[in-house]
Write a protein of this length. Structure first.
Length: 324
């Protein structure tokens, strides 16, 4: 009987451990550096504020940097690595317009002075993305930490995994689903386009040659097409256009209003009206006082857990652009 009780007790312990492990399946947790680097988050926030206070428009690129990192190999800081003998993610065409690396480097340098070899570049990137959005009056969210840095970065994987501004709704849903993100996450995270700018080349085909016959995209408001043509000439690769005209520095619901008015800049923005669920969210979020801010925070936490390396996986890089 005693032996039977011990076996039963052991089984209970095993089940409890499995449940605990499942509850922390990603190996990330709040306050991860509480003992090893207690000031890590405040150091990153102070460094980020130093840049955003001088250049608020950096918030959009820093948010995009985190997004592009998580969609390739997971949130492992691989987008930060420089090319070596083989080309890295940051040299893929969709990433050539990424910027804000210097902010991550500055935050890493400041954290390294306080706690050498403790805080990963992947965690710093996740924190900087959160802090930069909240500093321009966007939502804030708690960032579970404990990510480790990857050692691999491949240009080909960036091309294969990043969602394109030319994607239709089917391609977008498949792309997000492959990362464990659902249709609502797609609609919510697209709202990140409420801040920032885009090069004309990312949407020029909608203005001048949509079906290869010198036509414009019929799903786009003709008055908006006329405005964009004044800014973007055929083949323009340098001019920048506001993603959310008149409000591109402010994190708000205005993006969704533009999409309802057929003024989304990318084909992927317009595509949100082609699915019942994403369309419903677009119209709901276009109303002032919507749940967009809360939803965005929740989807960012979810995205920040995609494919993370934890425990003994990967490494803690000394410099974000190089493996140790």
């Amino acid at each position: 009987m005693v032996v039977g009780q011990r076996v039963f007790l052991f089984q209970l312990i095993v089940v409890a451990v499995l449940v605990l492990n499942h509850g922390n399946v990603h190996g990330l947790k709040l306050g991860y550096y509480q003992k090893t680097c207690p000031n890590a988050e405040s150091i990153v926030r102070k460094t980020t504020y130093g840049f955003i206070s001088r250049a608020p428009t950096l918030a959009a690129p820093l948010l995009r940097l985190h997004f592009h990192d998580c969609f390739v190999r997971g949130c492992d800081g691989s987008v930060l690595l420089n090319s070596t003998k083989s080309q890295a993610e940051r040299d893929a065409v969709p990433n050539l317009s990424l910027r804000g690396y210097h902010v991550i480097d500055a935050a890493k340098s400041a954290v390294e002075k306080a706690c050498p070899g403790v805080v990963s570049c992947a965690d710093i990137l996740a924190l900087v993305a959160r802090d930069s959005v909240s500093m321009i009056h966007g939502p804030s969210w708690e960032v579970p930490l404990g990510r480790r840095d990857g050692r691999i970065s491949r240009l080909s994987e960036a091309l294969a995994n990043l969602p394109s501004p030319f994607f239709n709704i089917t391609q977008l849903k498949q792309n997000f689903a492959a990362k464990g993100l659902n249709v609502k996450d797609l609609a919510v995270l697209s709202g990140g386009h409420t801040i920032g700018t885009s090069h004309c080349v990312a949407f020029g085909i909608r203005l001048y040659n949509f079906t290869g016959r010198g036509d414009t995209d019929p799903s786009m408001d003709p008055k908006y097409v006329a405005q964009l043509k004044k800014k973007c000439k055929p083949g323009d690769t340098t001019t920048l256009v506001e993603m959310d005209p008149g409000s591109f520095k402010t994190f708000d619901e205005a993006y969704y209003t533009l999409v309802t008015e057929r003024r989304g800049l990318f084909e992927s923005d317009a595509a949100l009206l082609k699915d019942a669920e994403t369309k419903a969210y677009v119209y709901q979020a276009s109303v002032h006082g919507s749940t967009f801010a809360k939803d965005f925070a929740a989807s960012m936490v979810k995205m920040g857990k995609v494919g993370v390396l934890t425990g003994n996986q990967g490494e803690i890089r000394k410099h974000c652009a190089f493996v140790n």
